[in-house]
Design a protein around this ligand. Structure first.
Ligand SMILES: *Cc1c(COP(=O)(O)O)cnc(C)c1O
Length: 375
């Protein structure tokens, strides 16, 4: 199928920055700086600054960022971790990898964990809340932080989709995804807002002990200064060349996030009057959304998806089946009503900074045609 509007388009970003990216790679390779070199250190410093934490530790994926920070936080056998049911499976797998038990609870209209359901899920075994900031919108951290404080629970943030999303706190200060919890976990999977050329991730934290542990855990458990092994670790590094490329890309991140918000506004203007669809604009001026994904809820979702495909527009559905119905999660008796509804209704529209205004307009036009067609 030849698409007119691709769901993602990494070639286009590459073309726009080809000279710069190739120069970065050539420079790194010419220096022979492959593992744990200055480009990684520089990226960790800049990334921590961007998110607003003291430390950032590069690792090889968002999934490992979750696993290593949970391990560093001491989450293990016998512990329960409260997790939103509507999320990428990795959020849940990371809990299982610690030998702990994920306790899935439902989400709200903003697709994020429903804070009103958290306290009911707390048991004497609960050790942590894993908050996911889905689609580039922060979960209601004001409420979640106060619940965590009251019950003495750790917060681990799955910020893989939250980079750059902000929330205005009661004290009037804006705080970014990844800076609220004991640890923030990021993914630089190629199609995230800041994408590497392959798999990559990072952990952010303000806690020196967590930073030290993640740093050791990502590289066999060895303290590189004393040459002593303190843990049985992994080999899970952010490659120096990827870090160098991410350094180059980080300079454009704010500009790219701005463009995502602009495209979201075009969608809002163009699609706002169609009663059969619900757009991901949830009001509340305390939230600064960055639209990692633009997820609409649509009547006749599956026919809309086929119609758009016929028009040459690529979309994806995240996710068609709730996590707890996947084979790996069987058997269980979980039913989360909002998650079930979401899985039947959602479709993600193309959303990346390189989309042209014409492409966005074409997507809008075709969706309008689909709903007009019916009456
Ligand atoms: C992408 C993603 C991850 C995993 O990141 P990888 O780098 O692909 O391992 C985890 N959680 C969420 C919500 C994600 O979107």
């Amino acid at each position: 199928m030849k698409y007119k509007v691709r769901f993602v388009n990494p070639q286009k970003q590459y073309k726009d920055h080809q000279k710069e990216y190739l120069k970065v790679v050539d420079d790194v390779f010419s220096r022979g700086d492959l593992i744990l070199r200055k480009d990684l250190e520089e990226f960790e410093e800049k990334f921590a600054k961007f998110v607003g934490t003291k430390y950032a530790i590069g690792v090889n994926s968002g999934t490992d960022a979750l696993s290593l920070s949970m391990k560093a936080a001491g989450i293990g056998q016998g512990d329960e971790v409260i997790v939103p049911g509507h999320t990428f499976m990795a959020s849940i797998s990371a809990v299982f990898h610690q030998g702990a038990t994920p306790v899935l609870i439902d989400v709200g209209e903003d697709f994020n964990i429903n804070p009103n359901l958290i306290e009911k899920a707390i048991t004497p075994k609960t050790k942590a809340i894993e908050v996911v900031h889905l689609n580039g919108r922060i979960a209601d951290m004001e409420k979640i932080l106060s619940i965590a404080k009251k019950h003495n629970l750790i917060i681990i943030e799955d910020a893989a989709q939250g980079l750059g999303a902000k929330m205005k706190m009661k004290n009037g200060k804006w705080k970014q995804a990844g800076s609220f919890g004991l640890a923030g976990c990021f993914s630089f999977y190629p199609f995230k807002s800041l994408g590497a050329f392959g798999d990559a991730g990072a952990v952010t934290t303000n806690h020196p002990e967590i930073a030290w542990r993640v740093r050791l855990l990502r590289y066999n458990g060895e303290d590189r200064e004393t040459r002593r092994f303190y843990f049985h670790g992994e080999t899970s590094l952010l490659d120096n060349v990827q870090a160098a490329l991410l350094n180059a890309k980080l300079r454009y991140l704010n500009q790219w996030l701005k463009r995502r918000r602009e495209i979201a506004n075009f969608y809002k203007k163009g699609l706002g009057n169609i009663p059969e669809i619900k757009l991901p604009h949830f009001g509340d001026s305390r939230f600064f959304d960055v639209y990692q994904n633009y997820v609409i809820r649509a009547e006749n979702r599956d026919s809309l998806v086929s119609w758009l495909a016929k028009k040459g527009i690529e979309t994806i559905i995240s996710w068609e089946v709730p996590n707890y119905k996947q084979p790996v999660m069987q058997p269980n008796s979980i039913i989360l009503p909002e998650t079930e509804k979401i899985c039947k209704e959602v479709v993600s529209l193309p959303m990346y900074p390189e989309l042209t205004n014409w492409e966005v307009g074409y997507v809008i036009k075709c969706i309008k045609e689909f709903y007009k067609k019916k009456d």
